[in-house]
Design a protein around this ligand. Structure first.
Ligand code: BEZ
Length: 261
């Protein structure tokens, strides 16, 4: 994100300052994606789901003219405060269209929030010049599998209802996403699904902070007075696998993509 959080989610109202303070790992991890993007001076780059703008600014530092968009007005306000010289817009990744095409579209930790994914891919294809590149990373198939399973188990335990296998996010396999890109006229040059266990900041509070920031879509059907009990139960269920040596680790899996129009 970067959308949502780096964020394109219509369901979350993001606390952008909190996101900047407690979840900086999102853009820290995205930094090496810039080496795949290789932004050059004279190029126009669109950062889809730019969140609070840290990677947008890193792209600008490398000399490209960059535009950051995010569906969250809170994120864009914070991005403008962080980087007043950069162009940011509140816009939905499913609908954004620009008069002027881009040499590259970049996206970090955002596209798992955007459904239907086909609409976001149409935006990418429409934004690019012929020969333009799409460089993205987001949650891939199996991302946060354990967090989600324990959250569902805790919902079931505390409320007596069964959330089934509800997944509010889009975590595709390589094959699924490559097909989607090809159908939109993009040639996939690189696609890589990999485990990236991600240490969360802030010690013991790390998982509660993560759930407070990102877990809301899974808790929407839970009555507000029961949510704290669900979160406490979920955290205790996750502890044997995700707590180690004074810190929490999220079971992230990333899908990294380079494709050309
Ligand atoms: C992720 O970056 O993988 C992620 C973030 C929030 C919710 C789910 C997944």
């Amino acid at each position: 994100m970067s959308s949502t959080p780096e964020s394109t989610s219509p369901v979350n109202a993001w606390d952008a300052a909190l996101y900047d303070n407690r979840h900086a790992f999102v853009h820290r991890y995205g930094a090496d994606l810039l080496d795949l993007l290789q932004p050059q001076s004279g190029q126009r780059v669109l950062d889809l789901g730019c969140g609070t703008g840290h990677l947008t600014a890193a792209i600008a530092e490398r000399g490209a003219a960059v535009v950051g968009i995010d569906a969250s007005a809170e994120m864009i306000d914070q991005a403008r405060r962080n980087f007043p010289a950069i162009e940011f817009h509140v816009a939905d990744a499913r609908e954004y269209r620009s008069q002027e095409p881009f040499d590259a579209v970049f996206s970090n930790a955002a596209l798992h929030w955007v459904k239907p994914a086909e609409a976001a891919v149409q935006t990418v294809a429409a934004a690019l010049k012929p020969g333009g590149r799409f460089v993205a990373e987001f949650g891939g198939h199996g991302n946060v599998r354990y967090i989600l399973a324990e959250l569902h188990a805790a919902v079931s335990l505390v409320t007596g209802t069964n959330p089934g296998d509800f997944n509010p996010w889009y975590f595709p396999s390589v094959g699924e996403y490559a097909g989607l890109l090809e159908r939109a006229g993009l040639e996939v040059r690189y696609a890589f699904l990999f485990d990236r266990p991600t240490p969360l900041d802030e010690g013991e509070a790390g998982m509660a902070n993560w759930l407070a920031m990102f877990g809301q879509p899974c808790l929407m059907t839970v009555p507000a007075d029961l949510r704290p009990a669900v979160i406490t139960a979920a955290i205790e269920r996750m502890r044997p696998r995700l707590w180690n040596a004074g810190g929490w680790t999220a079971d992230y899996r990333r899908l990294r993509i380079v494709a050309v129009k």
